[in-house]
Design a protein around this ligand. Structure first.
Ligand SMILES: [Mn+2]
Length: 235
């Protein structure tokens, strides 16, 4: 069932214990949204656990609270709601089996499968983090450096640092307000964009395979399994 942002906030305000999760192969938006919402809900006195059924990318280690994220290793997690962020139900690994609470799904993917008990979907948002920013307003929580850094990271990663076509005036106003909370944009981009030497070497090898086709209108490059692995900056 689709619900409004206000109804989403009301459900969360009425809850006491919440489990938050996001998709496997998590990115800056998945993790930033989980941590941003966790910090805000904790300010409201809620008990919050973030579970991600995957390894976390090392470039997100700069995020405050990243060490509190756990893999779903227990058989059963009790909660008033399982909140799934930035994904449909089929992309969160074993979390839906281990936490049987009613599901609130908050997402910005137009491809969402609409299988959640309660769904707030805004496909116009550049990132789920942009929805979390609005949800913070609806919850009546002030951003602090921790929640602001997490939400900013989600906005920045999903909008390609405010370059992609999903970037709107609202995205940039949200980012501006988060910077006013003390977020250091250069720290976020340095952490996310710094590449290991091995990755740079892999990129150099990949670029050497570039070939032009169709009278120069199409360029392609060849990646074998080993080269793909060496380019994986995530883990
Ligand atoms: Mn996203």
């Amino acid at each position: 069932m689709n619900i409004s942002l206000k109804e989403t906030a009301d459900k969360l305000l009425a809850a006491r214990r919440l489990v938050l999760t996001a998709h496997v192969n998590p990115d800056g938006d998945a993790i930033g949204s989980c941590l941003g919402l966790k910090f805000m809900l904790e300010k409201l006195g809620k008990q919050v656990q973030v579970l991600i059924d995957d390894d976390l990318p090392k470039f997100l280690r700069i995020l405050p609270g990243i060490d509190t994220i756990e893999k779903p290793e227990k058989d059963c997690y009790e909660a008033d709601y399982l909140v799934i962020l930035d994904a449909s139900l089929d992309r969160v690994g074993s979390v839906t089996e281990k936490c049987k609470a009613p599901i609130i799904n908050i997402d910005h993917h137009g491809t969402n499968d609409h299988k959640a008990d309660l769904l707030y979907l805004d496909a116009k948002s550049a990132a789920t983090a942009e929805i979390i920013y609005e949800l913070g307003k609806e919850l009546g929580v002030e951003f602090d450096i921790n929640s602001a850094t997490a939400i900013y990271t989600g906005l920045a990663t999903d909008s390609g640092y405010f370059r992609y076509s999903n970037t709107t005036p609202h995205t940039m106003r949200a980012a501006a307000e988060l910077l006013e909370c003390g977020v250091r944009p250069e720290k976020v981009s340095e952490a996310i964009e710094t590449k290991d030497y091995a990755v740079v070497q892999g990129m150099a090898r990949a670029l050497q395979t570039v070939e032009l086709h169709a009278d120069g209108r199409v360029a392609g490059l060849f990646l074998n399994h080993e080269l793909t692995e060496s380019l994986d900056t995530g883990h």
